[in-house]
Design a protein around this ligand. Structure first.
Ligand code: ATP
Length: 320
């Protein structure tokens, strides 16, 4: 394995040519192949892919829980797993549901953990407050909702004040309110300078919290970059009118790029919806419907995999 590091590069996680093969009765299965993952310092980075695309395997390798078949990994510019003992203090991770005692309160559970990592009661109170459990800290863990349990798990990782927080599908199994709570918490953590790696198979969820993303499919990198850059160019407005040809002429005369869709027109522009309403109204055409065209990661994903979906590539419904 190569051992080069790049001092001063602004990535918290970097992998090159990362590969993981499993062999079983059915033969060899490649879970992760030639993955180059770059997670920049600060903010929330989404690690996206359908079920079985290799996210958990990648995270497990980064944390020293599984050995790569090939490739290199760096955390904070230190090669892992060799340097894990040095960097682990800076990393918090929720990969599986942690084992808390159901008969203890949330606070008691955290105090036990805090004691084992040399932290005190003040750290516990702070961690509970950060995840919004200050008021419920003295309730029994067994009585917590799934969302509260997940927040306590995140609080446990915050005890050591990590610079990198790795969360593997933290909203799995949560109801919409629980999902929103975790999402808001992740956003807040990202805003306080912690780098968060958030794995998810729910595109819409990631788009709402992440600054940058890596999208994988079948263990391979499909796309990476800032969310706003990845979705740029897929936005616009969807227009439904009775006189489609007339509307098209007016919009094109106003220098708007127009294409026809099944039930209307797609106007690809960064200009506001009011421009379209005005252009059409001035030409005597009244809108039946005007809505934002999808400018989301799902569109990006569909585009990325359009050629390959006929084969073994993930399908959009895998993301739901
Ligand atoms: N211990 C193992 N032995 C054999 N195959 C495995 C093992 N762990 C994972 N795999 C396989 O590797 C592939 C990637 O799985 P992984 O759990 O990393 O995907 P994922 O993207 O995290 O999916 P999910 O969203 O379902 O958690 C899958 O095909 C899975 O069956």
């Amino acid at each position: 394995m190569a051992t080069s590091t790049t001092p001063g590069s602004a990535t918290v996680i970097r992998t090159r040519g990362l590969r993981k093969e499993f062999s079983g009765r059915g033969g060899r299965r490649i879970a992760v192949q030639d993955l180059d993952l770059d997670v920049p310092v600060g903010g929330v980075h989404g690690f996206l892919g359908p079920n079985g695309s290799g996210k958990t395997t990648t995270i497990r390798m980064l944390l020293g829980l599984a050995a790569p078949t090939a490739g290199t990994m760096h955390l904070f510019d230190q090669e892992v797993p060799a340097s894990l003992p040095e960097v682990m203090d800076r990393v918090g991770a929720v990969v599986e549901s942690p084992k808390f005692s159901p008969t203890f309160t949330g606070r008691q559970n955290l105090r036990l953990l805090a004691g084992s990592v040399g932290k005190g009661r003040g750290d516990v109170d702070e961690a509970l407050a950060k995840v919004g459990l200050a008021e419920r800290g003295d309730d029994r863990f067994g009585g917590y909702s799934l969302g509260m349990k997940q927040r306590l798990a995140i609080a446990a990782t915050l005890l050591k004040r990590p610079q990198l927080l790795i969360l593997d599908e933290p909203t799995n199994g949560l109801d919409p309110a629980g999902i929103r709570e975790i999402r808001d918490l992740i956003k807040e953590l990202g805003a306080t300078g912690v780098t968060v790696l958030l794995s998810s198979h729910i595109l819409a969820e990631v788009q709402q919290v992440c600054d940058s993303v890596t999208i994988i499919g079948n263990g391979r990198l499909l796309a990476a970059g800032r969310v706003d850059e990845l979705v740029a160019g897929t936005g616009g407005h969807h227009v439904v009118v009775e006189d489609r040809d007339g509307a098209r002429r007016l919009l094109e005369a106003a220098e708007l790029a127009v294409s026809t869709t099944a039930d209307g027109l797609l106007v690809e522009t960064a200009r506001p919806a009011s421009d379209i309403t005005r252009v059409l109204a001035e030409g005597g055409i009244w809108l039946s419907q005007l809505s934002p065209a999808r400018a989301d990661l799902e569109s990006v994903f569909l585009e990325l995999t359009a050629d390959e979906r006929m084969g073994a590539m993930p399908r959009p419904e895998d993301f739901r």
